[in-house]
Design a protein around this ligand. Structure first.
Ligand code: HEC
Length: 443
């Protein structure tokens, strides 16, 4: 009798809960967290929109979310909070796990949430203005290349834009894209494109469409060293471009109340990195969608690009340090960071040293991965006082233990090619008059 009673009491707890289904439990997670990449004709190998295309991947999905390989996200959780933090909650992971462990059932299609609408391939809806590179560009088999396309906006008056989305014309070959505003006087333009950096030219060598630094250029690994020679772009910052498309990067949506200005008569320069080109001719016609701001912004959004062009990574080193500093000349509100290195990039950290000496880590990326060029958007923008210094410290793994390393026997310096290296950070910011922090939109 005793036995019977206890069985009776515990039975309800042993009954399995209704198994998680795709339609009811898992699709809402996928639609919110995965399908910006996992949909037809996008960067991921399979679509997670429909049960049919998701089901065969169930085991692999279970593993990749349990190991937190997916969605890609690399910020050390000990530092900073980010509005675009892609990490799944424990609850979401549990739901996906129990769906797979329960045989990955479809459930009732009536429970499906509405499928997110990707208007004609645009992630943020139909743009007000679309401008493309102006030609069906032929990409020939062979080496990587960086191609530049300068196109007219035909804008009779200037425009404020609240967002910009770049749509690669051919994802098989387009690795990443920068769109820059071109001014007539190129010497005033010191944005991301090296053709517009006259002071740097003496240190550069152009080979076909690619550029790299001369092997005999001065070496400065510690760009924060007060005794370092005064070389181009080791101090101050470069104006950032208008928008970018990088693997894993969401479109550029500017915070509420801010916008970027495109002056009348402006031209746009598309800088397109064509990579991993297959053995046949491909055609590309990449475009940018511009979204107009409803009114002039209270504060124009800006981007500072910090680079060190003069590092030298010795062959075989496992953690070679390269640094770059910037001391703020005005009170500034920092909004986001985008680190950029290539295959040897190992880790990168952004520390702020306040004028009172206090050191604060704003972002640490302990396992950088070239395949993912993520932006880290600060949930609470950081207010920086004039005189504070941002210290960017990166490490490069040029040893044979780095599986992505194209050649550990090479000494590596700055260059366009993925097999060479870069040390770049884009930082979105606002300058005075600064808004109350709470007013800057969370994106
Ligand atoms: C930012 C874009 C992006 C997001 C968001 C994303 N993925 Fe991925 N995913 C990719 C890409 C690209 C690949 C292929 C390259 C790779 O495996 O790294 C991939 C690979 C995978 C794979 C491995 C496929 C294989 O070859 O074994 C699985 C499983 C997966 N994703 C599941 C998910 C799930 C589930 C989510 C959401 C919870 C998600 N991903 C979110 C881009 C993304």
């Amino acid at each position: 009798m005793q036995k019977f009673v206890s069985l009776f009491i515990f039975l309800p707890f042993c009954l399995p809960a209704a198994p998680a289904t795709f339609s009811k439990d898992v699709a809402p997670i996928f639609y919110q967290r995965c399908v910006t990449c996992h949909r037809p004709n996008n960067i991921a190998p399979m679509s997670l929109i429909e049960y049919k295309s998701a089901r065969p991947w169930a085991k692999s999905i279970r593993e990749s979310v349990l190991k937190r390989k997916m969605p890609p996200w690399f910020a050390d959780p000990r530092f900073g909070h980010f509005s675009n933090d892609a990490r799944l909650s424990e609850k979401e992971i549990d739901l996906i796990k129990s769906w797979v462990d329960g045989g990955s059932p479809e459930g009732d299609a009536k429970d499906l949430p509405p499928v997110p609408n990707f208007a004609e391939g645009w992630q943020i809806g139909k743009p007000d203005i679309v401008i493309d590179i102006g030609e069906d560009h032929k990409v020939l088999p062979g080496e990587d290349s960086y191609d530049h396309f300068i196109v007219e906006t035909h804008f009779k008056e200037g425009k404020w834009i609240r967002a910009a989305e770049i749509k690669p014309g051919n994802r098989r070959v387009v690795h990443h894209v920068h769109v820059l505003l071109v001014q007539d006087d190129l010497t005033k333009m010191e944005a991301a494109s090296t053709r517009n950096m006259p002071s740097l030219q003496q240190f550069l060598i152009k080979e076909g469409k690619l550029t790299h630094i001369r092997q005999d250029a001065p070496v400065v690994n510690d760009g924060c060293d007060a005794n370092a020679p005064d070389l181009p772009f080791l101090h101050g910052f470069q104006e950032g471009g208008l928008a970018a498309f990088l693997p894993g990067r969401p479109p550029d949506i500017f915070p509420d109340g801010t916008a970027k200005w495109i002056p009348p008569g402006a031209k746009l320069e598309f800088v397109i990195h064509y990579a991993k080109i297959p053995g046949k001719v491909e055609t590309d016609r990449t475009s940018i969608g511009l979204y107009l701001a409803p009114e002039p912004p209270r504060i124009p959004l800006r981007r500072m690009d910090l680079r060190n062009f003069f590092f030298q990574i010795p062959a075989g080193t496992a953690a070679h340090e390269v640094k770059r500093c910037y001391t703020f000349e005005k009170d500034t509100l920092l909004l986001s960071f985008t680190p950029h290195m290539h295959y040897r990039g190992k880790d990168i950290t952004y520390d702020l040293i306040h004028s009172n000496g206090k050191r604060e880590t704003l972002l640490a990326v302990p396992r950088y991965d070239f395949n993912w060029q993520l932006v880290y958007r600060l949930r609470d923008p950081v207010r920086v006082e004039k005189g504070a210094t941002l210290v960017v410290s990166a490490h490069y793994d040029n040893s044979p233990n780095n599986r992505a390393n194209p050649d550990p026997a090479k000494t590596v310096r700055w260059g366009d090619k993925s097999e060479e290296e870069m040390m770049t950070s884009w930082i979105e910011f606002l300058e005075p008059p600064l808004p109350a922090v709470a007013e800057t939109g969370r994106r």
